[in-house]
Design a protein around this ligand. Structure first.
Ligand code: GLU
Length: 338
């Protein structure tokens, strides 16, 4: 903890608005046209079924906190959510248990190492450091309420569906494919068990974690899920409160420091938004109080971040004024009476 213990201060929010609908639509079109031919990066194949993705797919969705939808390209193509599920499972666990519990048991600092690093766990006395790397995500999934594995899984599936505003389904082929190749995740879970960091059955927990990664979403769904976090936890399309405003805030804080793998610092420096990506090519980037971007394009870089998605977010963050750290000089204008 860096804050004063046991003291609460009411959270006030301070966020600006978005440009007009016309500007947003034209900018999305322009960004899609600019990057759809970019062929850098590779389609992930360490989970064999993921290699079947069409590298040409490219969809951009921006959903405002007020619910207006702006989209271009392959926004209805389904793909497995993969690591992006970690953000929303974190939020659900914070909501049903508490943010403090996850903070204490898992941690909220970046590892600076790859998403599936064993060394990160070893270097930190078995503490996984954050819920956005595999070890921390498995430890977070283990905290999901439910008396049986089936109940925990159903709580995750229905919870993520509330974020998306529609029932999400498991992609059985992706799940089977990952279950035959995820020895490393099983090893991470056993390692956490050996440190007493998870008390549920490690292999059952990896099974649930793999299911959550295999839920099918679209770029549109990612934007709705992100817009829910941008809107104090209320889904802007269904009007339903999915998590509290405090949990939405805590989730975005974690995404800002840990959401983009070991490139999170670089991402925040250049794009200035909390975000989460997954190896199947999705990115969700959130502008608190304004809305969220959902992008999908399967070619990813060495860290696992979609190449076109990152470029698109970079461009849109600047052109639409989304960067959290950007400001316009006011004092000078006031002094000059402009
Ligand atoms: N299910 C994947 C894994 O555990 C998620 C990886 C990712 O999207 O970063 O390896």
């Amino acid at each position: 903890m860096v804050g004063p213990e046991g003291e609460t201060v009411t959270q006030r929010a301070s966020t600006g608005g978005l440009p007009s609908d016309g500007v947003i639509d034209a900018t999305l079109e322009e960004v899609h046209a600019r990057y759809h031919g970019l062929d850098d990066g590779e389609v992930a194949d360490y989970i064999p079924v993921l290699a079947e993705a069409d590298p040409r797919w490219f969809g951009l969705s921006l959903i405002e906190s007020a619910g207006t939808v702006h989209e271009v390209g392959d926004v209805d193509t389904e793909f497995s959510i993969q690591s992006i599920s970690k953000a929303f499972v974190f939020a659900l666990v914070c909501q049903s248990r508490s943010s403090e519990l996850v903070h204490e048991r898992v941690g909220v600092n970046n590892t600076g190492l790859a998403f599936n690093s064993v060394m990160a766990v070893e270097l930190n006395d078995g503490k996984p450091l954050n819920s956005m790397v595999n070890a921390g995500a498995i430890a977070t999934t283990a905290l999901m309420p439910g008396t049986t594995s089936a109940e925990k899984w159903e709580n995750i599936r229905s919870g993520l569906s509330r974020f998306a505003g529609r029932p999400l389904r498991l992609d059985g082929r992706v799940y089977e494919s990952e279950m035959t190749t995820n020895q490393r995740n099983k090893a991470l879970a056993r390692l956490l068990e050996s440190y007493g960091r998870i008390i549920t059955d490690p292999l059952d927990t990896v099974d649930i974690y793999t299911r959550q990664c295999s839920l099918q979403v679209t770029a549109h769904d990612l934007a709705v899920m992100g817009a829910t976090l941008a809107d104090g936890g209320i889904n802007p399309l269904t009007g339903r409160q999915v998590v509290s405003a405090e949990v939405a805030r805590d989730t975005l804080a974690l995404l800002a420091s840990c959401g983009m793998y070991e490139n999170s610092g670089e991402w925040l420096f250049e794009i200035g938004l909390p975000a989460k990506s997954g190896v199947s090519g999705g990115i969700v980037a959130i502008a608190p109080g304004k809305g969220a971007l959902g992008t999908f394009s399967p070619r990813v870089d060495a860290a696992g971040n979609s190449v076109r998605g990152q470029r698109a977010c970079f461009h849109l963050s600047r052109a639409l004024g989304l960067n959290l750290f950007a400001s316009n000089a006011v004092a000078q204008r006031v002094r000059e009476g402009r």
